[in-house]
Design a protein around this ligand. Structure first.
Ligand SMILES: [Zn+2]
Length: 296
């Protein structure tokens, strides 16, 4: 399964190399899935796209502490110590007026599973009004286009933080940038894009990486994007280096602070790379945190 590391490493290396992720081997297909739940008056759906298993070789997690230390953390969580698995999922928020898709998975490069999951949720791709992107890495933006390179969500506005769009135009996949450019609308984090969907500055993983706070009345959920990748390692050891973080020091600070806040207020969380459906809460555990999965 070593070859499956390739697209992730390409994403980590970033720059023009990201474009070559299109040529990387796709992960084996997973069954489509759509998990529906409510948040206040909003209807949410977690969509499955893909899943990767990668070797614990110190290249992705714990580059500063080594694979043996990472293995100890995995073992303590009852998992194999020589590999780890990351899911790739996306979220839908239906407000009544808007159908918002949060990130788009790998898309055609992952067998188009996300589109099948969307169909399972009973949502037509042409009905999607807004696509909001946490950051420009291919496992969040690949599904913006179909296998032929055309827009997967032809009627949707595509929202990206201003510095992330600049980063994507400079370093991202040129064909993808060209395809989506007419639909892109940039924002500064902090104000709702549509009622109930507010981007939150979680810069660090990439220059304009954001989370999205979904709110209805008093109910809240934070889509954390890639603020944390592993439900085990990133939470138990938030201070460890993560190979895909663009600005490691900033990303580490943001991870620690955000996890501490989420554990304190017990806000619901959606995490695209945690085990599907990636919905649950964070609790404090020792000198780190732990994942408590659970769909409301
Ligand atoms: Zn990612």
């Amino acid at each position: 399964m070593r070859r499956l590391l390739v697209p992730f490493l390409l994403a980590a290396i970033g720059a023009a190399i990201v474009a070559r992720a299109d040529d990387a081997p796709a992960p084996p297909p997973v069954a489509p899935a759509a998990t529906k739940f409510r948040l206040g008056k909003l209807e949410l759906v977690a969509l499955r796209d893909a899943q990767f298993t990668a070797k614990n070789d110190g290249k992705i997690f714990g580059g500063d502490v080594g694979p043996a230390a990472v293995g100890e953390v995995l073992k303590a969580a009852g998992q194999r110590d020589d590999e780890f698995t990351l899911a790739i999922s996306a979220l839908v928020v239906k407000t009544g007026k808007h159908i918002v898709v949060l990130d788009t998975g790998i898309g055609a490069g992952a067998h188009g599973v996300l589109q099948k999951s969307l169909a399972e949720a009973g949502i037509a791709r042409t009905a999607v009004t807004d696509v909001v992107i946490t950051h420009s890495h291919f496992d969040h933006t690949g599904g913006l286009v179909d296998a032929a390179g055309g827009l997967e969500f032809p009627n949707a506005t595509i929202h990206l933080a201003t510095p992330e769009w600049a980063f994507m135009q400079e370093k991202g996949n040129g064909a993808l940038v060209k395809a989506i450019a007419p639909k892109v609308k940039t924002f500064e984090p902090g104000k709702p894009l549509v009622p109930g969907v507010t981007p939150i500055n979680l810069y660090g993983h990439t220059p304009g990486h954001v989370g999205y706070e979904i709110s209805s009345g008093k109910a809240r959920l934070l889509d954390i994007g890639d603020m944390a990748h592993s439900s085990v390692i990133s939470l138990a050891k938030p201070g460890w280096k993560m190979g895909f973080d663009n600005d490691s020091a900033l990303a580490t600070d943001v991870r620690r602070a955000t996890l501490a806040r989420l554990a304190k207020v017990q806000e619901l969380v959606f995490a695209p790379h945690f085990p599907y459906p990636g919905v649950g809460r964070i609790r404090a555990s020792g000198d780190g945190f732990a994942w408590v999965p659970g769909v409301p």
